[in-house]
Design a protein around this ligand. Structure first.
Ligand code: ADP
Ligand code: MG
Length: 469
């Protein structure tokens, strides 16, 4: 039998599991913390408590899910193959990376592309999804779960099959007992992430989504599938609003309207295989299957699928140069959180801002009058609406430079060359949500600015050698 633990030790360790046996997934991150003040002490205690709580949550999930692996899968989940296939379809149909792979293959002599399409599956379930993803064009699938037994069961899908098996570093499916928040960046970047009936059970679903998004490539799909359990009611389903969870993340529904991005899939034992229902649903509650008969209740296997996309980066047709003094911001204290944003005076930027939509951009910035920091460095720029308490009409321009200046530069001129658009403006509830989002944006901006095509364009059009920082 294939084993979920048949990895090289390096992989097992990287993903938080000892090759000698299971151990708590997150306890290893508890380290002694030096503190020098009361607020710092409180923050350190809260952080340590959160780590312990999460470890306890994950242990509980692990035990629960271990218990769930019993009996005959075909009997208890008769529509798993259909669900897996529909999910793989949501994840990969019309995926830009698949088209790029097909194009690459057609241009090669041997007709085989060397490009990868990586998928991350959070929640092993029966393993049918990982198989379906490989069949739909994924080249690598990494499956995570807290339950060893679930992983073992999922790995069985690959026993003796033609599909590539559990093979450490090689192409195919790999299974790891790990938390999605602990997946190191080098395992990606992923083109597809599927929360396979698992988002609801994460210790912190928003954090899990954010970490997952950080592991993706622009243009990636993020699919959230939630089974509709027999106990679920309109109230319980509405309480877990996936669209609300992704609201502040750099994700957009693959449909224009996030509400219409939800698709409902419903299957019953009475249906024949062709009667699988795929619909775009205006509202989830309207689509809850009506419970008409016992048979229907017993054998129903429905799920709601939400499909989102990490927006591809839009390179601006014409670069925008912003040159303005740095003014006092709103004192939100973003500097304290490690992401200071230099607020540029919007009054002198009226012309430039007229053509820019609200949202997050990337480019290069410098302090032209500073001998030491006159070199261009990467930056993220937020062009945002004024908070409601201000005049309501104007915009704010906030620049976070990916460099440590070691000082403040209020009153000095900052020059910014804006090269690309990351995503539209999003609402956020508080400072930590803002900071979390800026972190994700920074990762995306850094990746975009590292791309050769982008760097060459910078060198050509702006006439400077883009810094390697
Ligand atoms: P404010 O609310 O006044 O904008 P912030 O907490 O956003 O305050 O901090 C912004 C200030 O931090 C900038 O005006 C600038 O003087 C300073 N600063 C230091 N390093 C950076 C950096 N890497 N990027 C942006 N601003 C920086
Ligand atoms: Mg600021």
């Amino acid at each position: 039998m294939s084993s979920a633990f048949a990895f090289p030790a390096t992989h097992a360790r990287a993903l938080g599991r000892s090759p000698l046996g299971p151990r708590p997934l997150v306890a290893r991150s508890i380290r002694p913390v030096r503190v020098s003040s009361r607020p710092a002490l409180r923050a350190a205690r809260a952080a340590a408590d959160a780590v312990v709580d999460k470890a306890a949550h994950n242990d509980e999930q692990s035990a629960l899910r271990d218990e769930m692996v019993s009996g005959c899968t075909e009997c208890t989940m008769p529509f798993e193959s259909e669900r897996a296939s529909a999910l793989a379809n949501a994840a990969l149909a019309d995926h830009t990376r698949l088209s790029a792979i097909a194009k690459d293959a057609s241009e090669r002599d041997d007709g085989c592309s060397k490009m990868a399409l990586r998928a991350l599956v959070v929640g092993a379930e029966t393993g049918k999804l990982s198989k379906a993803l490989l069949e739909h064009g994924a080249t690598h699938v990494l499956v995570l779960d807290h339950s060893r037994l679930m992983l073992d069961r999922a790995a069985e899908q690959f026993d003796g099959s033609e599909t590539p098996g559990v093979v450490g570093n090689e192409t195919g499916a790999r299974f790891a007992r790990a938390d999605v928040c602990d997946v190191p960046a080098y395992q990606g970047p992923f083109d597809v992430v599927v929360f396979n009936d698992s988002l609801r059970h994460q210790a912190d679903p928003v954090e899990a989504l954010r970490r997952a998004v950080l592991l993706t490539r622009p243009g990636a799909r993020v699919v959230v599938s939630e089974r509709v359990s027999e106990e679920s009611t309109e109230e319980t389903e509405n309480a877990f609003d996936v669209d609300a969870l992704v609201e502040d993340l750099p994700l957009q529904s693959i449909f224009d309207d996030p509400k219409r991005g939800k698709t409902m899939m419903r299957m019953t034992r009475d249906d024949d295989s062709s009667s699988e229902i795929h619909e775009t649903s205006p509202s989830f509650t309207e689509r809850l299957p009506t419970r008409t008969s016992e048979t229907y209740l017993d054998h129903r296997c429905g799920s709601v699928t939400h499909t989102y996309e990490v927006p591809p980066l839009f390179k601006l047709r014409d670069r925008v140069v912003l040159n303005a003094p740095v003014v006092e911001g709103f004192g939100r204290g973003s500097r304290l959180m490690g992401v200071p944003t230099a607020n540029l005076d919007p009054a002198v930027l009226e012309d430039e801002l007229a053509g820019m939509r609200r949202g997050v951009y990337f480019g290069y910035a410098r302090l032209p009058e500073d001998a030491k920091h006159g070199k261009w460095c990467k930056c993220v720029v937020n062009v945002g609406a004024r908070p409601t308490f201000a005049d309501g009409e104007g915009v704010t321009v906030e620049v976070h430079a990916l460099r440590d200046f070691g000082r403040d530069f209020y009153g000095e001129n900052m020059e910014v060359v804006v090269l690309g658009f990351l995503r539209p403006e999003m609402r956020f509830d508080g400072l930590s949500a803002l900071v979390a989002r800026i972190m994700a944006d920074i990762g995306l901006a850094r990746g975009a600015l590292d791309e050769r095509a982008c760097r060459e364009r910078v060198d050509e059009t702006v006439g400077f050698q883009a810094s390697d920082e």
